[in-house]
Design a protein around this ligand. Sequence first.
Ligand SMILES: NC(=O)c1ccc[n+]([C@@H]2O[C@H](COP(=O)([O-])OP(=O)(O)OC[C@H]3O[C@@H](n4cnc5c(N)ncnc54)[C@H](OP(=O)(O)O)[C@@H]3O)[C@@H](O)[C@H]2O)c1
Length: 215
Amino acid sequence: MSPQATFLVLGATGGTGKHFVSEVLADGHRVRALVRTPGKLAAGPNLEIVHGSVTDPLDTDALVAGVDYVVCMLGDRKLQEKTRINAAFVERLIPSMRRHGVKRFLYQAGGFSRPYGRRLSPILWLLRNTLARSYDGQHRDNEAVMAYLATEATDIEWCVHRAGIGSDGPSKGVLERSKSKISIGTHMDCANYNYRTVMDPAAIHSSDFSRYRLE
Ligand SMILES: NC(=O)c1ccc[n+]([C@@H]2O[C@H](COP(=O)([O-])OP(=O)(O)OC[C@H]3O[C@@H](n4cnc5c(N)ncnc54)[C@H](OP(=O)(O)O)[C@@H]3O)[C@@H](O)[C@H]2O)c1
């Protein structure tokens, strides 16, 4: 096992986050999770639960103190139609990370979210504006986060996972970073990808898709 590390997990009770927490704890690491409903997580010796919402006036310095990695798998589609809750929170979190010397940050966005300064391919643009139209607020919020990271947080070792998620079913394989191809993965596989990718120096400042490894 790699040395014990501490992960701050945002979105720990969500589709991806719950698998992320299970895998990291099973590997013997520690998790600090900010959650709105503590009862959704089973207590355990290496799990520290902080009760709260990212929309609260939180002490973000206390959240990041002593942490090695920050992994953000937040989403609230309804609220994100009106408000950039993720971007507002990330803009408070990053300065706290700086003050505490916490460098590594992974943010899970979507395949239809456009990285800063780049365009979506015509097919992704079309799907985003038709089939995935109801997620537009979430993508705009993800894009605000990516713009902030690319322009205001180049000193932080961030990476963005532009995930495609189809189900909460069992694993379909191992996801890898890809600049051009996206797979429709499971929450579990995306969680495993996030775990490996946040610790991978080669992923720093990337905003890639995830794609199943071809066996
Ligand atoms: N699901 C997909 O199909 C999909 C596909 C591609 C990309 N993505 C991206 O991945 C992100 C995560 O997706 P997911 O499906 O794993 O998420 P999810 O199942 O919708 O879970 C979202 C998580 O965020 C938490 N959360 C929401 N608002 C919060 C708040 N104000 N304070 C604290 N926690 C809050 C939720 O907590 P509660 O349990 O309290 O609600 C939950 O743990 C999405 O935002 C999206 O950008 C998702």
